[in-house]
Design a protein around this ligand. Structure first.
Ligand code: SF4
Length: 439
């Protein structure tokens, strides 16, 4: 067995953490990494340097589950070759399928669920320092960070297995959230991306009322934070006071991620979304009226069991009419333990793919239109990185990893990651924009 640098010195194994899935998993991994640092357990930035691999898995839908299982299998293969001493799997997939996984992949040393940070640390020779749970070891660029304000979900969406993995909704205490945000700001973070399973439900368990608006108000007061971005807003019972706070504070992006999932009454009812198509239309109109220039992002599911041609046509019409600035589409994934499971999976994979492509074709035209309208304008861009001969950045209408980018040829452009710059838009692609500093 190869003795690795740092192991000899601390006698502790070098740990590499691999994060699968969503931004909520990213935060969990960053908290684990921060606790490793606090426990003086060496962190390996690549798997090649590591003695132990911790795979923070995702169990959301088929594709994500497959990716996580592939990563676990790759890990145990490395172990079999003597290139790793231990493989640990944690997170959503193991929370949901631990018994099966223990049987099917016995080479994995330990399996942990979604609420076992302390146990993972024990396994790695450390102890949970709960008083330091606000500490983060960022894996995102240092100027942007996710801020998880709650865990779990109380909604009954028929297709969704997340409550099976993450449990019921638990809001974090506001002072803990604010302290974490201040620490991130002191560390150079400029953009806070507010996340949860449903961020609008914040406070319901603590005070019996939605307190997202007042939390955002407090976050807006933190020195150094220039952008606050709100993600994962549930449409039903959407707290409109959030929009007033958004308008009042220039450092809260006029951006809202609000997954509607579908827009046919029949499907919305079967999905148990607590919304009608009419209410969705009214909500979109109200948001646009109250926050002029807001960029709305949404997510849709196509191929749900009760989605026939008529229901799909209603969805397409809603997409055409609502002109979301940003939109993503998932194909329906049959999930055990969900209330939709007994409906089976009658829509074929090919038909799901055809519908997903049809929605994205409508959205591509909308995106192109919206981008064309920006040619000639100057927009404020947060610079993320230099890649090849171009800088890449984002406007306030773009979340990292999932939305559009502004591409700026590097030649003659004095830019730096984590800085804001006014960029002249000279051309538009389907989704991305081409800009120049000097125009
Ligand atoms: S709001 Fe619905 S879709 Fe989102 S995590 Fe909760 S149950 Fe799942």
């Amino acid at each position: 067995m190869v003795q690795r640098a740092g192991e000899r010195k601390s006698g502790k194994p070098r740990v590499h953490v691999i994060t699968m899935g969503c931004a909520k998993n990213t935060v969990d991994s960053e908290k684990l990494l921060a606790q490793l640092r606090i426990n003086r357990i060496p962190i390996a930035s690549t798997i090649d340097e590591a003695d132990v691999a911790v795979i923070n898995t995702c169990g959301f839908i088929d594709a994500a589950k497959e990716e996580s299982i592939d990563m676990i299998i790759a890990g145990v293969k490395r172990k079999g070759q003597g290139r790793l001493r231990k493989v640990i799997a944690m997170g959503c997939l193991t929370e949901r399928y631990r018994v099966d996984l223990e049987k099917e992949i016995p080479e994995v040393d330990r399996f942990f669920g979604t609420h076992q940070l302390g146990d993972v640390l024990e396994e790695l020779g450390g102890h949970l320092r709960s008083e330091l749970l606000g500490e983060r070891y960022l894996t995102t660029p240092s100027h942007t960070a996710y801020l998880k304000i709650s865990e779990g979900c109380d909604h009954p969406c028929s297709f969704c297995a997340i409550p099976l993995m993450r449990g019921t909704h638990v809001s974090r205490q506001p002072e803990d959230i604010l302290e974490e945000a201040r620490t991130l700001a002191r560390g150079g973070v400029k953009e806070l991306i507010v996340i949860g399973q449903d961020t609008t439900f914040y406070g319901m368990d603590l005070w019996g009322e939605r307190r997202l608006a007042s939390l955002l108000e407090s976050l807006a007061g933190i020195a150094g934070i220039e952008w606050i971005r709100l993600m994962y807003a549930y449409p039903a019972h959407f707290p409109l006071d959030v929009l007033d706070v958004m308008v009042r504070h220039p450092n809260i992006c006029r951006y809202l991620d609000i997954p509607v999932q579908h827009a046919s009454d029949t499907v919305l009812k079967s999905m148990r979304r607590g919304m009608t198509t009419r209410a969705l239309r009214e909500l979109v109109a109200t948001i646009r009226a109250k926050v002029p220039g807001i960029a709305l992002r949404t997510t849709l599911i196509v191929g749900y069991p009760d989605e026939g041609e008529k229901e799909f046509a209603e969805l397409l019409e809603f997409v055409r009419e609502s002109r979301f600035e940003r939109l993503g589409v998932f194909t329906y994934s049959l999930e055990e333990g969900t209330t939709a499971h007994p409906l089976g999976d009658p829509v074929s994979r090919e038909e799901k793919e055809r519908r997903r492509a049809a929605v994205m074709e409508v959205q591509r035209e909308i995106a192109e239109d919206l981008n064309d309208a920006l040619v000639g304008a100057r927009v404020r861009v947060l610079i993320d990185r230099l890649e090849g001969d171009s800088w890449y950045g984002r406007t306030a209408a773009d979340a990292p990893e999932i939305d559009n980018e502004v591409i700026i040829p590097a030649e003659g452009a004095e830019l730096a990651p984590g800085t804001f710059s006014d960029i002249g838009i000279v051309d538009a692609y389907e989704y991305d924009l081409l800009g120049r500093v000097s125009v």
